[in-house]
Design a protein around this ligand. Structure first.
Ligand SMILES: NC(=O)c1ccc[n+]([C@@H]2O[C@H](COP(=O)([O-])OP(=O)(O)OC[C@H]3O[C@@H](n4cnc5c(N)ncnc54)[C@H](OP(=O)(O)O)[C@@H]3O)[C@@H](O)[C@H]2O)c1
Length: 321
């Protein structure tokens, strides 16, 4: 089968489309013929081994796992002998564990526990846009952020891959949502349900007198004192990303009880089914910025790395006939 592989760390130039061995499912795994995948920040963090800690995960000098791609949507081709929930022909979607990425390929073996049936109203490309970004939004808002109905929630980076899910998932919890984005994305952020949209090029959300019960920060560009200023006394800020190591360390060491990094998002069946139900109900609709053909994964990642995607960047791996 064909797969995107990399044998050394670096820019998207290190990615190659190569013929590699088709995987065989282990007992608990499902072999999926991939129709679509999507790109995530995790792909370029691992590809570049940035920050340096990524090397502890995936090899000090060169990548141990030479494949990338966390999100998958496709059709089950075969199942391992202990798999009970799927059979050949099922249309599925899900996310790979970060140490076993591999959806930028024609086939992948995914643990049964990390897959669910593809929502029927979604195309494979829409379904592939969902898993890691939606897990991040859900786990940040719910687990770190302790989201409650009626709260005032602010999403920083509301127009990105994670942010577009965060706006919609926060709304589904019955909260009043403010999205922060640039001028060209104001309409997008309102269209996915934000009650208010703030243009960060015109207004500093930390200095307009408003306060929030929960901030979900999918950018990580603000200081701890800025974030503290806009949190209510019992407010929580869940930080999902960071724009520099100094911002990261500030949140880690100075954030106190209220402001903290969320744990790395992890795929699991319970959350995938929760998200699947929101998708089936039309409460969450994936926002896709661009779809790249399979050989153009390097261009897709180059685009994602600009930090200005409008929703998700999807890879069309194969036609669904
Ligand atoms: N903790 C985890 O497990 C986890 C998992 C996934 C992702 N992440 C992190 O979450 C972050 C977001 O990921 P993503 O996939 O959503 O990235 P993305 O798709 O590249 O989106 C970035 C968004 O940020 C917006 N943005 C840029 N500068 C901004 C500013 N100053 N104020 C407000 N918005 C701004 C951009 O909008 P404009 O074009 O309008 O500027 C863009 O829509 C990344 O740092 C990523 O590493 C963490």
């Amino acid at each position: 089968m064909k797969a995107i592989v990399y044998y050394k760390y670096g820019s998207p130039d290190v990615l190659e489309l190569k013929e590699v061995e088709k995987p065989n499912p282990r007992d608990h795994e499902v072999l999926v013929k991939i129709y679509a995948a999507s790109a995530n920040a995790a792909d370029w963090h691992l590809m570049r081994a940035e920050p340096f800690l990524a090397r502890l995960e995936n090899g000090l000098l060169k990548p141990k796992n030479t494949k990338l791609g966390a999100d998958v949507a496709g059709r089950v081709e075969a199942v391992g002998r202990n798999v009970t929930q799927f059979q050949a022909g099922d249309d599925v979607f899900g996310g790979m564990p970060l140490n076993e990425l591999g959806s930028f390929a024609e086939y992948v073996c995914a643990p049964e526990e990390l897959l669910a049936l593809k929502p029927t109203r979604l195309t494979f490309e829409q379904a592939a846009a969902v898993p890691l970004a939606a897990f991040t939004a859900l786990q940040g808002l719910r687990d770190k952020g302790q989201i409650q109905p009626g709260q005032k929630v602010l999403i920083n980076g509301a127009s990105g891959g994670v942010g577009t899910f965060a706006v919609q998932i926060a709304k589904s919890f019955g909260t009043e949502v403010t999205g922060v984005c640039s001028t060209r994305n104001l309409d997008l952020v309102r269209s996915i349900g934000a009650d208010h949209a703030i243009d960060y090029t015109q207004e500093d959300f930390t200095r307009n007198g408003q306060r929030y019960d929960l901030i979900f920060d999918a950018v990580g560009n603000r200081s701890v004192s800025d974030l503290n200023r806009v949190l209510n006394p019992n407010g929580i800020c869940a930080v999902a990303g960071f724009t520099s190591l100094s911002r990261l360390f500030q949140v880690m060491f100075l954030g106190g009880k209220k402001i903290g990094l969320m744990a790395t998002a992890k795929g699991n069946k319970k959350d995938l089914v929760f998200i699947q139900e929101l998708l089936e109900a039309g409460k969450v609709v994936p926002v896709i910025d661009r779809t790249y053909p399979f050989p153009e994964v390097p261009e897709a990642i180059r685009y994602l790395e600009t930090g200005h995607a409008q929703g998700k960047v999807v890879i069309a791996v194969a036609q669904n006939n």
